[in-house]
Design a protein around this ligand. Structure first.
Ligand code: UD1
Length: 344
């Protein structure tokens, strides 16, 4: 059972490859290493004992993608992670985001159609809900006007998939992630952003390891219990397992309709200060942070209603916030080859 994982050397992709291999799937990765590196395939092998096949090219290149599919007609499914994902960068470089995220998706869908590869799992985001009117947010909530070109690429991608499915024999599952954090229990793979991290948890762990001076908490005047913004953080391994469930559901022809959409969250919202407290608890360290102005484009609060995924996929997020933060911190120390002793 051969599965293509695009972006398979990236953060969520690499954790998903490991879970697929655990379930006996053969994995082919396509990645252009725009935000990752080839050594991740070796790290995957260190965990699973099997090195996935790795092809390095850009899926936005139509000819190369068509050629790849011609050589891989025996694929049973595709999990498509490869995309740009930095909100701020997408505001500065919208065309780069539209070209990369949309053209690659269209090339993949064309390859699927031409070679009769029926099953696609697509990496979507809770960003499609914007600031929801009701919380927790279910899959039935309306799609809001996108706050960023990045968010818009996720909305448009879901539409491209829906229209393509309507006119073909293809099936797809879109998984709308809330906030993936944490790392593999082995501490061999984790989240390694290039340059200064945009996201909260890598910024926390890089501050604690001494790479950053201090964490800026973006706003403490939100309408939330402690004034900081609330998100639904989910462990990357829980998220990875949901992808295996989704692709197996398609291969086993268990879908209720040809396009299914699921939230992937825990259903619990935590504030920025909750995450900091969890970090201080699991690490035994005092984190250096300061409150600054709100970050443009941030919403106040969002957390998932995961009932539909729990019931229909038979999947449930299992790990709690302390475990997410603990695995992220252990990974950061392992990666940097440094152990920071607890101060108490
Ligand atoms: C954003 C996107 C999400 C995308 C994800 C991946 C939106 C609304 N969300 O999530 O779709 O998948 O990035 O890149 O577009 N924070 C700080 N200090 C920091 C960093 C973050 O206080 O240095 C706060 C933020 O204000 C936010 C929370 O931490 O309240 C989480 O931020 P972040 O990790 O960047 O994720 P989102 O913005 O929620």
């Amino acid at each position: 059972m051969k599965i293509l994982v695009t972006g398979g050397t990236g953060y969520i992709g690499s954790h998903t490859v490991v879970e697929l291999q655990h379930k006996g799937y053969e994995v082919v990765i396509v990645d252009n290493h725009s935000n990752s590196s080839a050594e991740i395939a070796d790290k995957i092998a260190d965990i699973s004992g099997t090195k996935p096949t790795l092809e390095i090219f850009d899926l936005a290149d139509q000819a190369l993608t068509a050629d790849f599919f011609k050589r891989n007609k025996d694929l049973k499914g595709i999990i498509h992670f490869a995309a740009y994902k930095a909100v701020g960068e997408s505001v500065a470089e919208p065309l780069m985001y539209y070209r990369n995220n949309l053209v690659s998706l269209m090339n993949i869908l064309e390859g699927m159609k031409e070679n009769n590869i029926p099953n696609l799992v697509f990496s979507s985001s809770c960003t499609v809900y914007g600031q929801p009117d009701e919380l927790p947010v279910s899959e039935k909530a309306p799609i809001k006007f996108a706050e960023s070109p990045y968010g818009n690429t996720k909305q448009i991608s879901e539409e491209i998939i829906r229209d393509t499915l309507h006119a073909s024999e293809l099936n797809a599952i879109a998984l709308r992630y809330f906030n993936p954090i944490g790392a593999h229990d082995s501490s061999i793979i984790g989240e390694l952003p290039l340059g200064i991290p945009n996201n909260l948890v890598p910024f926390i762990t890089q501050t604690a390891i001494g790479l950053r001076e201090s964490l800026s908490v973006f706003g403490d005047d939100y309408e939330t219990p402690d004034g900081t913004a609330i998100r639904d953080y989910i462990h990357v391994v829980d998220l990875a397992k949901a992808h295996v469930v989704a692709v197996s559901r398609m291969i086993d022809s268990n879908m209720n309709q040809k396009f299914e959409i699921f939230n992937l969250g825990t259903g619990i919202g935590y504030s920025v200060l909750d995450v900091i407290k969890s970090f201080e608890k699991v690490s035994g360290l005092k984190l250096n942070y300061k409150i600054v102005d709100r970050r443009e484009g941030d919403i106040t609060k969002v957390w998932a209603n995961p009932d539909f995924s729990n019931e229909v996929l038979g999947w449930k997020a299992e790990r709690d916030l302390d475990n997410m933060v603990d695995t992220a911190w252990k990974w950061e120390q392992a990666y940097r080859g440094k152990t920071i002793a607890s101060s108490h």
